[in-house]
Design a protein around this ligand. Structure first.
Ligand SMILES: Cc1cc2nc3c(=O)[nH]c(=O)nc-3n(C[C@H](O)[C@H](O)[C@H](O)COP(=O)(O)OP(=O)(O)OC[C@H]3O[C@@H](n4cnc5c(N)ncnc54)[C@H](O)[C@@H]3O)c2cc1C
Length: 494
């Protein structure tokens, strides 16, 4: 998959890795924090350790098995154009990501298709619902069209739409507690504690469907629109937990954004600015606790002594051997197949006579014979030429693609071990895996998997490391830098 990434990505990251050999050589061998994974989780741990640590000398190493940083924030190139392959959109209230973007002078973009986009719900035979798609050039008429589409939605789903919005807003408001200052926000030792404090834990114990029915949503809205959204965002049905579901629904709202050129630049910025020794293309295969420090061994044959070890990658499909062994609840990753096609959809497949009748986002309901979860236009090049992204639970075979597309010039496939297979009631692995100094950021991923939730979990892990390293295991943060340094600048002016 990484072979498909833009050359510029490799170039940028070579620059990024260059200082690694020269930095922090003054630290003693066993000192320091070793982080496994250079996604937003690992890079955020490094950032927050630097930000909150009183010691400038702390040595931080990041190990990344790929040749690039970013993990599931990655781009693909199709016909010379770059698109997000994994994590693509951020919510306007993702304040860590917003602050990172701002501090690294990254350019924020909002979806370019916003004004010209149309949406349809496909059941494998018919469109159950379609928004109007008229090519108005003037903003006034676009506004009228948008109002007409809101009316169409209301006509089909009624007041349930408002109840859905309330459910999402209440959850987002609770999540915002994670940006409160240190005075009111403790350091959390477990995921359960962290979720309970924010009033989010109960949502992980029941399915989204149960939560929404209790909130008064109609079964039609749940089976159609809500299902479409959970299938697009998590490839799964409304049987995911209420919390993962609320996060998924929040990811379908207004004001969504991304980083021009690729969200992976957030991780690159965090690593670059945190004076990290970056070991690219170095996979950690074993972690042994030797009484006073950990020894990490890599598949390159290298050994690294580390006082603190942080795992910032899902452990579900890993071959890391632990001595002594660790025990965490079973969890499996949901695989999402992302297929990118440059070409043109086949109107006959969708039972319409022209391509323009096919919505720019085709969502789907739960049905056994549906071979994909969604198809979206990434960029319309000309009337019969566009770049598309398809999400599916199984690989999209050539024969199938040849039925769905009338023109197919280029195809690219990625099989993502994408996010946890959500299963309410969720059981969470501990943040501290061995009671010592072995930490696990992605224990939080059972709550919800997003760039921001990784950053939020990473921030707590950084605080936990610093407070536990000084023997203070509860909410006291006296070894952290000024507690007010953590009050976030909340942007609402995207
Ligand atoms: C298709 C898809 C769409 C998504 N859409 C969105 C979205 O729109 N918005 C959103 O917010 N989130 C989205 N997500 C979820 C989001 O990508 C993740 O929640 C987030 O990026 C996880 O970051 P992380 O740092 O925790 O893990 P990762 O990004 O997975 O980083 C872990 C890193 O660790 C490395 N690694 C693993 N094992 C080892 C080892 N043994 N040694 C060395 N290195 C190792 C991996 O190579 C990887 O780079 C999406 C995910 C997918 C797959």
């Amino acid at each position: 998959m990484k072979n498909t990434m833009l050359g510029v990505l490799f170039f940028s990251l070579l620059i990024l890795s260059a200082p690694s050999s020269s930095s922090s050589s003054s630290s003693s061998a066993s000192e320091g924090v070793c982080i496994i994974g250079s996604g937003i989780g690992g890079s955020s741990v490094a950032h927050f350790l630097r930000k909150y640590s009183e010691s400038e000398l702390i040595r931080i190493r990041i190990f990344e098995r790929q040749v690039v940083v970013g993990g599931r924030m990655a781009t693909v190139s199709i016909s010379g154009e770059t698109f997000e392959a994994g994590a693509s959109i951020l919510h306007p209230k993702n304040y860590h990501a917003l602050n990172f973007a701002k501090s690294f002078n990254l350019t924020i973009q909002t979806p370019s298709l916003d004004s010209d986009s149309s949406f349809g719900i496909w059941d494998g035979h018919n469109f159950l619902f379609k928004t109007l798609d008229l090519d108005f050039k003037f903003p006034f008429f676009k506004k009228i069209l948008s109002l007409a589409n809101s009316f169409l939605m209301f006509f089909r789903y009624g007041f349930s739409l408002f109840r859905m919005t309330n459910f999402v807003e209440t959850t987002v408001d609770n999540f915002l507690k994670y940006y409160e200052s240190f005075e009111s926000r403790p350091v959390f030792e477990t995921v359960d504690e962290m979720l309970t404090w924010a009033g989010l834990y109960n949502l992980t114990t029941r399915t989204l469907e149960e939560e929404l029915l209790d909130s008064g949503l109609s079964p039609l809205l749940i089976q159609e629109l809500v299902t479409v959204i959970t299938r697009v965002n998590y490839g799964q049905s409304v049987s995911i937990s209420g919390l993962a579901g609320a996060v998924s629904l929040a990811g379908a709202g207004d004001g969504l954004w991304s980083i021009e050129g690729g969200n992976w630049q957030i991780a690159a910025g965090l690593i670059n600015s945190s004076h990290v020794e970056l070991h690219l293309h170095e996979e950690i295969e074993s972690i042994s606790y030797l009484g006073d420090h950990y020894e990490l061994n890599s598949t390159n044959g290298n050994s690294y002594p580390c006082e603190v070890t942080v795992i910032a990658a899902p452990l579900d499909e890993q071959n890391i051997s632990f001595t002594p062994s660790i025990s965490i609840p079973n969890r499996s990753l949901h695989h999402t197949h992302a297929t990118f096609v440059r070409g043109f959809l086949n109107p006959a497949y969708f039972g319409v006579s022209t391509g323009s009748e096919i919505p720019t986002l085709v969502g789907t309901i739960e049905s056994h014979d549906l071979p994909f979860s969604s198809i979206s236009v990434l960029k319309q090049h000309s009337e019969k030429d566009a770049a598309y992204k398809i999400f599916s639970r199984k690989p999209m075979a050539d024969a199938l693609l040849d039925r769905i597309f009338s023109i197919r010039k280029e195809t690219l496939r990625i099989n993502w071990g994408a996010y946890p297979h959500y299963n309410a009631p969720e059981r969470f692995a501990p943040f501290v895996l061995d009671g010592q100094h072995l930490y696990y950021v992605n224990a939080f991923e059972n709550a919800a998997s997003t760039m921001e939730t990784s950053a939020v979990a990473a921030e707590n892990i950084a605080r936990l490391i610093l407070s536990r390293s000084s023997g203070k295991t509860k909410s006291s943060s006296s070894n952290l830098k000024s507690s007010t340094s953590n009050t976030y600048d909340r942007h609402s002016d995207l």
